[in-house]
Design a protein around this ligand. Structure first.
Ligand code: AMP
Ligand code: ZN
Length: 486
């Protein structure tokens, strides 16, 4: 099998993946700020990295996947001053900040479970790692790369840039950044507009605050990821991911902080998933250009012609490469739904296919091509094209227009299951569950009919009542019994 190639945002090139420790991958992905329902755009990033997680596991790596929950320190408009996003929502909803955190963390988990995402190995929170964050600030201060003013600590970007290079991930040069930023006014505590907060002094009225060597305050937004990734994955780890919009300043700051604190660059491979767009523009809560997963599952949004199953939505996302933008539309989802059913119909036929002495298709070559696609920077759209080729072949064998040996059939079943279910994370969905229910109900009503013929009214009524309790209504008519769901 060929090697896994990953596009590294740091070098801007595809590179052969070589983990730091043989057989083990440390993967960190920036999680959500839990102050709102996750929108479909957020979900795309987490589904992209779920696929990466799944494929690494499929290749046999032991993966420690860490994805944080930002429950403090992320200020409005991603700014350095202002209200905490969570505290603001708590004020608006008249709840405790931790009630907001709980409410939207639960939503986040439930939503990702519907999309069949595997949970990460560790899901640390910012508020649970205040000590680690303070410790990191102290290390950076000791190196002379940060300074304290009025109870706040700022990272000294220009000083860091003299020793290392700031901006290598986003390709921004410090001179350009300076030219593009506003002048500091007399009120500013920072030495340079490029400096960013590691720790902020809590102004009166700021609710989410902790004791620190610099007084009561709270950590800067970028700091939590550096503190938690290095705590659970080491000073340097394999892969760091997140949405493309986090490249600057968030990830750039993470590199500078981590490097300053530990002396090594924290990440070997930086991966960025591209944006989901709606009407050609980035899906974003702040602009209102957004679609919520529940609207999609119920069909309740004007942009939708109908409701869609989460697994169909996942398939739609997998049909695009994670580094390409993807535009959402009802038509595109309808097309994806057709494709999904075509693929799943073939998958369902597979176990019952007749086998013979020869195979009229080169299964080994097909398997090789599937791995080639995934090893080329997780190219799921090419993988899906190969899966459609297999679906076509399965249909041909089913119609006796192609042949398959028993050995090849086993290989095909093994690899289809691996790619469709384990790697892409798809599932057989309701339609088939509906069919299963019909089959079971047919049997139950037949047994009830027998009881009635034997004048065993106790059994027949008990069956009806139990079904009723389960939300299934049984009606006795001239043609026999029929059933419906409440
Ligand atoms: P947030 O909760 O805003 O910090 O975002 C959580 C994750 O969703 C981050 O990795 C973002 O990069 C990602 N994200 C936000 N908007 C989109 C979008 N429209 N498409 C894809 N990913 C997004
Ligand atoms: Zn982060």
């Amino acid at each position: 099998m060929n090697e896994l190639i990953i596009y590294n945002s740091l070098s801007g090139k595809k590179e052969v993946f070589e983990p730091i420790t043989d057989g083990f991958v440390g993967l960190y992905v920036c999680g959500p700020t839990v102050y709102n329902f996750v929108h479909l755009g957020n979900c795309r990033t987490f589904i992209s990295f779920d696929m990466v997680f799944r494929y690494l596991q499929h290749l046999g790596y032991k993966v420690r996947y860490v994805r944080n929950i930002t429950d403090a320190g992320h200020l409005e408009n991603d700014a350095e001053e202002g209200e905490d996003k969570i505290a603001k929502k708590a004020r608006l909803e008249q709840l405790e900040p931790m009630e907001i955190v709980q409410k939207y963390t639960v939503d986040f988990h439930e939503t990702l479970a519907k999309f069949n995402n595997r949970p990460p190995s560790i899901e640390p929170t910012a508020t649970g790692h205040i000590l680690e964050q303070i410790d990191m600030v102290q290390k950076i201060l000791k190196k002379g790369l940060a300074y304290e003013v009025n109870g706040s600590v700022y990272f000294d970007v220009e000083k860091y840039d003299n020793e290392a290079l700031y901006g290598e991930l986003s390709g921004r040069k410090i001179e350009e950044l300076k030219a593009g930023s506003r002048e500091l006014d007399g009120q500013d505590e920072k030495r340079s507009p490029l400096d960013f907060a590691l720790w902020k002094n809590a102004k009166p009225g700021h609710i989410m605050k902790w004791q620190s060597p610099w007084g009561l305050g709270f950590p800067g937004w970028h700091l939590e990821c550096s503190a938690m990734s290095t705590k659970y994955l080491g000073d340097q780890f394999d892969i760091h991911g997140g949405g493309m919009d986090l490249k600057f300043p968030h990830h750039e700051c993470e590199i500078a902080q981590g490097h300053a604190a530990t002396g090594v660059k924290p990440v070997r491979y930086w991966m960025h998933a591209n944006m989901l767009t709606l009407n050609g523009k980035k899906m974003s809560k702040s602009t209102g250009n957004t679609l919520l997963p529940n609207e999609l599952f119920s069909g309740e949004n004007d942009v939708l012609d109908k409701a869609f199953h989460p697994i169909v939505v996942r398939f739609f996302m997998m049909q695009a490469h994670y580094r390409s933008t993807l535009d959402f539309s009802s038509e595109a989802l309808i097309a994806a739904e057709k494709g999904f059913h075509r693929l799943m119909d073939a998958v369902s036929l597979l176990p019952d296919l007749k086998t013979g002495k020869t195979s009229s298709w080169d299964i080994d070559d097909w398997i090789k091509q599937c791995y080639q696609a995934m090893n080329d920077d997780f190219n799921t759209p090419i993988l899906i094209a190969h899966l459609f080729d297999a679906a076509k072949f399965i249909q041909s064998v089913n119609m006796n227009q192609a042949t398959l040996t028993e050995e090849d059939k086993s290989k095909l079943i093994e690899k289809i299951n691996a790619f469709v279910f384990d790697v892409l994370g798809l599932k057989l969905i309701e339609e088939s569950q509906g069919d299963e229910l019909s089959t079971v109900m047919e049997l139950v009503l037949e047994l009830r009919q027998k009881a009635r013929e034997n004048k065993d009214w106790t059994t027949s009524d008990a069956i009806r009542d139990k079904l009723n309790e389960a939300g299934i209504l049984v009606k006795d008519g001239a043609e026999g019994a029929s059933w419906s769901k409440e």
